[in-house]
Design a binder for this molecule. Structure first.
Ligand code: UDX
Length: 446
């Protein structure tokens, strides 16, 4: 089929490349001429495993093209996807002005007698489909035929290509059989279960899914606080509850709290949407509160061990919001760096992929030094903080870390290291919701 995708960010670009992979002809539109020029040259503006290869392959197969013109994109496409940003406003509610602008632009180029399906792939509040429909009617020429469909995207950064090629399910929110059939044709090659709902329900599914996943993370993080207090091991507790199929082990990993460009914004948006509709979802406020507290508890552990953070030299491993991405937006690792700097610590950070963007977007103060390797960051530091669980950090030999550090004090915000091994190497090791082994042993021998 001929598809047009408006917005060549994470969702748009990965979707476009994957649609091309299964045989569709895709034209990706973006209003940033620099981005379009890069993509034409086979350069990918984001780091996402497998994406560059896919894009290059389908630029070469001519199934994937790029343009700056919505008119050119919409003209030859059976289905037009909207994948533009829906950023948060100050109060957590969603700014839908990009969606509205694109809807107006699509309306302006639709031709009478040419049926088009307009699909909203961006994460939007329930009832946005109605607004998009109204907008297109308002600005389109008389006689234009179209349907608006909601098709939320569930891809995760870092494994976006795999998530899109093998989705758990595809959600199609449509109030028209004609549109539903076209959407089914697009997704048939992915061999995934297809769930067809009305437009409102599909829109709700995305916010409900992300909120539930965040709730699972906060539940595990709240358990980690109890485990810290009781000297129990949260990893064992979540394994114990996660093996119950009704609960499941996924998204019960404790850490510094969830971050990234989706969860914080989507949970805040869902809270605002529910409040707006007169049905406050207070449970989600607690999810947010636990998430904030998790970082604060970690900092308190640092203060407990180091007493005063001012003028302490601290190494931070990790800046991205999770491994295998260069995305540093709403990253808890970045928040930790800023917290430490605010308390007067001298921070040297290292991240395999995120340093350039952290600097470019000025997310960390100039005073933060960036090292060219994990070990270089650790040089002479009085403590090491592990903020993002990159695989490469697990592979650094413990004896090397110990040699480089001024004091063998490690705060593991992601429970990446094995407490036993850290103890054997002579580290003072603090992690999340797992008892410090030296304390456990002292208690056992007393
Ligand atoms: C998320 C959803 O998973 C995806 O379906 C949606 O389309 C977009 O939002 P993403 O933000 O890419 O994807 O990352 P994800 O892997 O879900 O992690 C989000 C945050 O939660 C990260 O900060 C991660 O560190 C944290 N997390 C995740 C935990 O703290 N514990 C877990 O068990 C899982």
């Amino acid at each position: 089929m001929n598809l047009c995708i408006i917005g060549s960010g994470y969702v748009g670009l990965v979707s476009g490349a994957c649609f091309a992979e299964v045989g569709h002809h895709v034209i990706c539109v973006d209003n940033d001429p620099k981005k379009i020029a890069m993509l034409h040259a086979g350069q990918i503006p984001i780091y996402e495993p497998g994406l560059e290869d896919l894009v290059k392959r389908h630029v070469a197969s001519h199934r994937l093209t790029f343009t700056g013109s919505i008119e050119e994109g919409v003209d030859g496409a059976d289905v037009v996807f909207i994948a533009v940003p829906t950023p948060p406003r100050e109060d957590g509610s969603v700014d839908l002005s990009y969606i509205e602008k694109v809807a107006r632009e699509i309306a302006g180029v639709l031709k009478p007698g040419q049926y088009r399906v307009v699909v909203d792939k961006s994460t939007v509040p329930v009832k946005t489909g109605d607004k998009v429909t109204e907008t297109i009617h308002r600005y389109a020429k008389p006689g234009v035929e179209f349907d608006v469909v909601s098709n939320p995207e569930f891809l995760r950064e870092g494994c976006a290509v795999a998530d899109l090629m093998k989705p758990d399910r595809v959600v199609i929110g449509s109030n028209s059989d004609k549109a539903t059939n076209l959407m089914r044709k697009i997704y048939e090659p992915f061999m995934a279960p297809i769930l067809v709902t009305d437009v409102n329900s599909a829109e709700l599914i995305k916010h409900a899914a992300n909120s539930f996943l965040a709730l699972k993370i906060s539940y595990a993080n709240a358990l980690s606080a109890i485990c810290d207090a009781a000297g129990a091991d949260v990893e064992k507790v979540v394994d114990g509850i996660g093996t119950d199929k009704r609960i499941g082990r996924h998204f019960l990993n404790t850490g510094l709290g969830y971050g990234g460009s989706c969860f914080p914004k989507d949970i805040a948006a869902f809270i605002a949407i529910c409040e707006d509709m007169g049905v406050p979802f207070t449970l989600l406020k607690e999810v947010q509160k636990i998430n904030r507290l998790q970082r604060e508890r970690f900092l308190q552990k640092m203060r407990d061990a180091l007493w005063i953070l001012r003028d302490k030299k601290i190494a931070v491993w990790g800046l991205t919001f999770k491994p295998d991405t260069d995305d540093v937006r709403s990253s808890v690792a970045i928040d930790i760096v800023n917290d430490l700097v605010r308390e007067g610590a001298h921070v040297t950070a290292y991240d395999p992929k995120g340093m350039e963007k952290a600097r470019e977007f000025k997310l960390i103060p100039e005073s933060v030094k960036l090292a060219s390797s994990a070990l270089e960051a650790a040089d002479g530091a009085e403590a090491l903080v592990l903020a993002t669980e990159w695989k490469e950090f697990r592979e650094v030999p413990l004896e090397e870390i110990k040699k480089r550090l001024h004091t063998p004090l490690v705060f593991d915000g992601r429970n990446l290291f094995d407490p036993e091994a850290m103890q054997e190497q002579g580290f003072q090791y603090r992690c999340i919701g797992r008892p410090a082994k030296e304390n456990a042993r002292k208690k056992a021998s007393a």
